[in-house]
Design a protein around this ligand. Structure first.
Ligand code: PHE
Length: 361
């Protein structure tokens, strides 16, 4: 076979192809199944051994030349097609693409994540509990019996089956302790101290205004440890531990050094109970409209776990002590970002939401 003549013939055919379709057909004829070029390359096997290397080399060179010619013409046709397409519309390929609208992190999520990171770094573990709760866990087990006036202050959404939407995250204190005590009875060792946080949504039948929402987020904290014999007598978890933990937490979240003060606060499941105030970040304690001229902002209800709660969970209050706190997340977020109306959080207004950092991809 005169492959030089063949090459010439093929190259001419390629040059003569009138459009992309004709070229594709030619491609098939040359390189498809039973194609002429491939046939030529394979014909090497019918030659005597000594002629094969020379022929093989030459045949490969022809094949490559034909392939290259095909490719060049194909690209040429594609370019023409593209230009045709472009001139048919007013599409401008140099215009920058439009960025798809991307979601932002909700400020409550941002602060909750930071708090979870902080507390887990201090050895706390995350516990969860149901939003539809029983009367027992929401009230009775927390030392709030049926006739107790403290129930009044937590306007409750009751469900028709006798359950309710939890009014706080404190029921998870009891659920966690009871589970551990039960597991210990089943032989699974529980090593105090117990340190948990419970971020979660709570509900109260409140009239919505600037500072009240019917659905809101809390972050409960609970620390329980065994009373130990120290050099100066028995020592359990103390109010000093509580204050230190709260100060650390507020310092990180509010991104500045904080002063705190404790006032007595009444919650049946802690004794003593406190309202922890932080010095107003807006006026540094001088007095402004946010802190109602007092210089202090009420931020954290907390206290030492009530012996009745420990007993209800199967722990001996002589042997175990602890502290608990219940942070209102919205409150903290409002202070952190200077947000003046709690209704923004659930209002769904994109102008509000899109001010926060985008969700990382
Ligand atoms: N659960 C209480 C509330 O929502 C807050 C709280 C939690 C108080 C833990 C003391 C200790 O009002």
């Amino acid at each position: 076979m005169d492959i030089t003549a063949k090459q010439e013939e093929w190259l001419q055919a390629i040059a003569a192809a009138s459009d992309g379709v004709a070229l594709a057909e030619l491609d098939k004829r040359l390189f498809g199944q039973g194609g002429e070029v491939l046939g030529m390359v394979r014909s090497v096997t019918s030659l005597p051994k000594e002629e094969r290397p020379t022929f093989g080399k030459a045949a490969n060179a022809v094949k490559q030349a034909v392939e290259a010619a095909l490719k060049e013409r194909r690209e040429g046709f594609e370019q023409v097609e593209l230009e045709k397409d472009l001139s048919a519309t007013d599409f401008d390929p140099t215009e920058p693409g439009s960025k798809p609208r991307q979601g932002a992190m909700h400020p409550i999520t941002i602060v909750q994540n930071e708090l979870v990171d902080l507390f887990t770094s201090m050895g706390f573990q995350w516990e969860d509990g149901p939003e539809v709760e029983s009367e027992y866990y929401n009230f009775d087990a927390l030392n709030i019996p049926g006739d107790h006036p403290a129930r009044e202050s937590q306007d409750t959404f009751w469900l028709t089956d006798g359950n309710l939407l939890r009014t706080h995250t404190s029921p998870v204190q009891v659920r966690t302790l009871q589970r551990l005590v039960k597991e210990a009875k089943d032989g699974k060792a529980w090593e105090p101290p117990l340190k948990v946080i419970v971020p979660g949504r709570c509900f109260r039948s409140e009239t919505v205004d600037k500072t009240h929402e019917h659905s809101f987020y809390q972050m409960e904290g609970l620390v329980v440890d065994r009373v130990q014999e120290g050099p100066d007598g028995k020592r359990g978890v103390s109010t000093a531990n509580l204050i230190h933990t709260m100060k650390t937490c507020l310092r990180v979240i509010l991104e500045r050094d904080v002063e705190v003060r404790l006032r007595p606060g009444f919650f049946p499941f802690v004794e003593p109970g406190f309202e922890l105030d932080v010095n107003c970040p807006f006026c540094s304690g001088k007095g402004c409209s946010v802190c109602k001229q007092s210089g202090w902002i009420e931020i954290l209800p907390c206290g030492m776990v009530h012996p009745n709660v420990l007993k209800e969970c199967g722990l001996d209050p002589e042997e175990y002590t602890g502290f608990a706190f219940g942070m209102g997340l919205q409150r903290v977020v409002m202070l952190r970002y200077g947000i003046d109306d709690i209704r923004h959080f659930m209002g769904g207004n994109l102008r509000f939401l899109s001010q926060f950092p985008e969700v990382p991809r």
